[in-house]
Design a protein around this ligand. Structure first.
Ligand SMILES: Cc1cc2nc3c(=O)[nH]c(=O)nc-3n(C[C@H](O)[C@H](O)[C@H](O)COP(=O)(O)OP(=O)(O)OC[C@H]3O[C@@H](n4cnc5c(N)ncnc54)[C@H](O)[C@@H]3O)c2cc1C
Length: 377
């Protein structure tokens, strides 16, 4: 649903300028330093992107899913590490607060997240709980009115700059029903951020482990009912998956531009590569897949807005778009030949970056399971 076509058109025009004038020129620096340049961060804040779907009442843009998907098609045309920093603020943590938080919890966290003053971290995965999130072992045990948290969360995006933590911890027995959600201040004694391995891409969106050592957590940090944590975390996945499908379509379009530019400029055998039918066919396949992902993302975003989205369809869109993105990145690197393999080219960077999208927020295999369950029961 587009609430105001003129406002959406203005948003897209502003986003195109942001991508071309600020974000793309800063990509190489961000990759080299593994840190988002200050000017880029300031521009993302000025455009309100930390508050994409946080309601306007809490200082966000309050975008519908169709508006957000349209915007991500544009914002996808640059390094996805930017998105990993700003979009997580309106992602899992904010969605849980919006779905189940009290007025006081929303008032405490959402305005800071929407402005980008606070950075949200979503703390679900652990060493023994990846795809099987229900196996997590971090525990929260009752202590008077409040709780004591102990455990280690692995590979938490944005952990080094965390301003709020949405932590899934076990408050009851084994399995999904024993897990609760807590909104925690990372400055609480006993919380520490610990370095982890280097990533192959997505540099600029830093990842670290977060350790909880007998951390005293007040009663009002529990979000939603005890035992509802994993249900709440999973309830936001349709939205994330459509967001990633749109992002992937935007990334494909960027890669196609890179491939087109190179194919027209590079001459071999006395003519531009673009005149070799094999090269033209590689790029044509990319165009078809990017278009399919774009259409899926927009169509399903409208379905989510009108309440008819099926979870299996959101999973299918994420599966198709991220897998197609992998194929497109591979073909476009091939079109670049050796230059595409050399460190420092945009294609080399994007090739490393986009690989993560087939792993995050449910790997492709997990999406296939969801799609198959929708079909077969
Ligand atoms: C850079 C990065 C950032 C991350 N950021 C966060 C974050 O901010 N917060 C957070 O909580 N987590 C985060 N994660 C963790 C991420 O969510 C997990 O990596 C992901 O869920 C997959 O889990 P895993 O890596 O343990 O793989 P595993 O679950 O061990 O899976 C390994 C392989 O087996 C396959 N597989 C597993 N189970 C099945 C099955 N039943 N059927 C078929 N195939 C199966 C998987 O598809 C995969 O190919 C991050 C990870 C990375 C790499």
């Amino acid at each position: 649903m587009i609430r105001d076509a003129t406002a959406q058109a203005a948003r897209l025009t502003a986003a195109r300028a942001l991508v071309e004038d600020i974000l793309v020129p800063a990509e190489a620096q961000m990759d080299a330093e593994d840190r988002m340049p200050d000017a880029a961060r300031a521009a993302l804040r000025a455009h309100g992107l930390f508050g994409l779907s946080i309601p306007e009442a809490q200082g966000g843009l309050g975008l519908t899913m169709e508006e957000e998907a349209g915007l991500m098609l544009v914002l996808g045309r640059t390094a996805p590490a930017y998105r990993a920093v700003y979009a997580l603020n309106s992602g899992g943590a904010a969605q849980i607060l919006l779905r189940a938080g009290t007025e006081a919890q929303r008032a405490r966290w959402l305005p800071g997240l929407a402005r980008g003053d606070l950075i949200a971290c979503f703390c679900l995965s652990e060493a023994e709980a990846g795809s099987d999130a229900a196996a997590l072992q971090t525990t929260a045990r009752r202590d008077g009115d409040g709780w004591r948290l102990t455990g280690r969360k692995r590979w938490v995006t944005n952990a080094p700059e965390a301003g709020m933590l949405m932590v899934m911890a076990r408050t009851g027995g084994a399995g999904a029903r024993g897990i609760s959600a807590f909104a925690i201040d990372p400055n609480t004694p006993g919380v520490s951020v610990q370095p982890t391995q280097q990533k192959m891409g997505m540099r600029g969106a830093q990842v670290a482990d977060i350790v909880f050592e007998d951390v005293a957590v007040p009663a009002d940090a529990l979000v939603g009912a005890e035992g509802d944590g994993l249900k709440l975390a999973l309830a936001g996945l349709d939205k994330v998956r459509l967001h990633l499908a749109a992002l992937s379509a935007g990334l494909m379009e960027r890669l196609i531009d890179e491939g087109r530019r190179h194919a027209l400029a590079r001459r071999q055998f006395g003519k531009p590569l673009a005149e070799q039918p094999v090269i033209a066919a590689l790029l044509a396949d990319c165009v078809a897949e990017a278009l399919a992902a774009r259409c899926m993302a927009l169509e399903l975003a409208r379905a989510r807005d009108d309440g008819t989205l099926r979870p299996a369809d959101a999973a299918a869109a994420k599966l198709f778009a991220t897998e197609a993105l992998g194929r497109v990145a591979d073909r476009v690197l091939q079109v670049h030949g050796g230059e595409g393999y050399m460190v420092g080219s945009a294609v080399e960077r994007l090739y490393r970056d986009v690989r993560l999208l087939r792993i995050l927020d449910g790997t492709s295999d997990i999406q296939r399971m969801v799609v198959a369950r929708g079909l077969l029961g």
